[in-house]
Design a protein around this ligand. Structure first.
Ligand code: SIN
Length: 185
């Protein structure tokens, strides 16, 4: 049986595993927030970066990309790979993906999604809310083994643009980061 993985952050632009189909769509009841600390990809333990997680939000939707993985051996490789890549995301949820705003039935049911929960007991890297300026300053400073934190943000901004999704939180942050960088130069 095929499985689906839903990506709302870096997974939108880079799956990193074999898949048979990519579907642009959204999930209901969540919003994307730059509240997760990253000490392994886009920051270090001394200077954690910030990456996105999902926060429950009634009435809101979050756009992303879902990947269908059909072959059993591809599934095994993908899930092992994602265990490592998403290891700072402590929760796995299974979500319905919609492609039409007024559709009552989902296009895909039970897609796997990785979430970083706000529970500091199980997710020690969680950073939580802060002002746009504070989050932006942290992003400007941080860099990890996967590259600068600002690159993560700009790649996500561009990936969302490409799928036609306007996410104010991401756009505001990207604009603030650009402002800070231009001020520094
Ligand atoms: C995701 O992309 O779905 C998870 C968060 C990330 O890896 O950026």
């Amino acid at each position: 049986m095929a499985i689906w993985v839903f990506g709302y952050g870096s997974l939108i632009s880079k799956a990193g595993f074999n898949y048979d189909e990519r579907l642009v769509g959204f999930i209901k009841g969540y919003r994307r927030v730059f509240y997760q600390g990253s000490t392994d990809h886009r920051g270090t333990p001394e200077f954690p970066g910030r990456t996105v997680t999902l926060e429950p939000a009634e009435g809101e939707i979050c756009w992303g990309a879902a990947y269908k993985i059909s072959k059993e051996e591809d599934q095994e490789i993908a899930l092992t790979y994602l265990e490592v890549r998403e290891k700072q995301y402590d929760r796995k949820e299974y979500v319905d993906i919609f492609t039409e705003l007024n559709a009552a039935t989902p296009a895909v049911s039970g897609a796997l999604v990785y979430i970083a929960s706000p529970d500091k007991k199980v997710n020690v890297n969680y950073l939580g809310p802060a002002s746009v300026e504070d989050i932006a300053r942290q992003i400007v400073q941080a860099e990890g083994p996967s590259g600068p934190n600002r690159e993560y943000l700009f790649v996500l901004e561009n990936a969302l643009l490409q799928i036609g999704s306007k996410d104010e939180h991401v756009i505001d942050l990207a604009n603030e980061v650009r402002r800070i960088i231009s001020e520094e130069n």
